[in-house]
Design a binder for this molecule. Structure first.
Ligand code: 7TS
Length: 403
């Protein structure tokens, strides 16, 4: 390998041991580790500066408010959104999609169609399915080809003037497929549909530019891009957010309240009911700062090298790779022939190797491949060649133990 980014040093957890071995963390699609700067910023805030936002006349509250505003601003710049009003703080990708399904869903009527793909995480299936049950809309699903890519011809065929919303993952969490987002958005716009992108797996791997993509909504989770859990972002085009009713109601999202009626706050607060996740917002701001210090072109090249090496070495073992082999993120999903995925995961864990086994919250996709579960190793720029070797050594042990 020519480039070694050597970033493990920034992430304290990666320098610990697990069951007597150096930790090999390969579950980055589930959650990423946090750099020191994020941990220190959150600790500093809670230790020295804790206060609530948007209320106090006192210093601590003003400081907390300013830090949350700064975080929103850095997210706006990070995504290249046109305005801070377009950045809504939510709990995570799941909440962002639910918000759109409820609020944008209020604008839909019986017979309207929503188009998703076979690649989706349950978080990008269930909210639409439930919306369809509530409002009589129709859920359509664009199929994938055997090699794990969206079948663009079928996708095109499913688009019509009835399609009101298309929602798809930028990158599949389960098999790593990178969707041709720009092309899909262009096609959806031709029939007048709005587009939501589930970017949970993308923001830590690709440079995302919402204006260049021209999507209407984009969602991601802080914990999957080096920030804390409990915080995520919904980007939405201002004009569309203006038309949508609030999702949750209560404090912070109002302008005036009487017992008869209420008026709502301006964007983005119209969609942010209740005391926000203050320290998490500040932590996410620091994670964005960390990502701004990275060169995403270099990261992509490096992660592709890790992926190629992993695919090559796994190809030499008695395993079946599931999903695409190209145009994909550094996620490998596979089954070890004749061995249950959970047994593989348990033996790897004994070696200090963390992978996810199961259906990865993509049961329909598992069904498509006629498997109930896979082993998934998902890489990040802080992984290195030794981590790939450790995985391969671990899989050889699985064979030794289980035959
Ligand atoms: N969409 C995608 C593509 C995801 O990968 C996930 C989480 C979600 C939505 C939901 O994100 P959350 O932060 O709201 O939970 N994916 C995974 C995974 O692959 N393993 O654990 C969680």
């Amino acid at each position: 390998m020519t480039t070694m980014l050597n970033k493990k040093v920034d992430f304290p957890v990666l320098n610990t041991t697990m069951r007597g071995n150096d930790l090999v963390y390969l579950d980055n699609a589930a959650t990423t580790q946090k750099p020191k700067s994020v941990l220190e910023t959150m600790n500093h805030f809670l230790t020295k500066e804790n206060g609530t936002v948007n209320r106090g006349v006192y210093f601590l509250s003003q400081e907390a408010t300013k830090k949350c505003d700064d975080s929103r601003k850095s997210i706006q710049l990070f995504l290249n959104a046109a305005s801070e009003k377009e950045i809504i703080f939510v709990k995570g990708t799941t909440e962002a999609i639910n918000l759109v399904a409820y609020s944008y869903g209020e604008l839909l009527k019986a017979g309207d169609e929503i188009l998703i793909t076979e690649l989706e995480h349950h978080a990008n299936i269930v909210p639409w399915q439930q919306l369809c049950l509530r409002r009589g809309c129709i859920l359509k699903v664009a199929p994938i080809t055997d090699d794990g890519h969206l079948d663009l011809n079928e996708f095109k065929k499913l688009l019509s003037s009835k399609t009101k919303l298309v929602s798809f993952c930028h990158i599949s969490n389960s098999i790593g497929t990178i969707n041709p987002a720009k092309e899909m958005i262009k096609l959806a716009k031709e029939v007048g549909a709005k587009v939501m992108i589930d970017g949970a797996q993308a923001v830590s791997h690709l440079k995302v530019d919402v204006q260049d993509l021209d999507c209407d909504f984009y969602a991601f989770s802080g914990h999957k891009c080096f920030g804390p859990t409990g915080i995520g972002v919904l980007y939405g085009k201002e004009a569309l957010l203006e038309k949508m009713p609030p999702f949750m109601t209560g404090g912070d999202m109002i302008e005036t309240v009487s017992f008869q009626s209420s008026s709502f706050a301006e964007l983005p607060r119209k969609f942010e009911a209740g005391t926000p996740a203050i320290v998490e917002i500040i932590g996410l701001g620091e994670a964005i700062k960390y990502m701004n210090s990275l060169d995403f072109t270099e990261i992509q090249e490096y992660e592709q090298k890790l992926l190629n090496l992993a695919q090559e070495k796994l190809g030499e073992l008695d395993v079946r790779l599931i999903g695409p082999t190209h145009t994909k993120a550094a996620i490998v999903s596979f089954v070890v022939n004749g061995v249950h995925a959970h047994d593989v995961g348990t033996i790897l864990d004994m070696e200090g190797i963390a992978v996810r086994v199961g259906h990865h919250c993509t049961q329909p996709l598992m069904k498509r491949y006629k498997v109930s579960s896979t082993i998934r190793a998902s890489f990040c720029f802080y992984n290195n060649m030794d981590d790939v070797d450790a995985l391969v050594r671990g899989l050889k042990k699985v064979r030794e133990f289980l035959g």
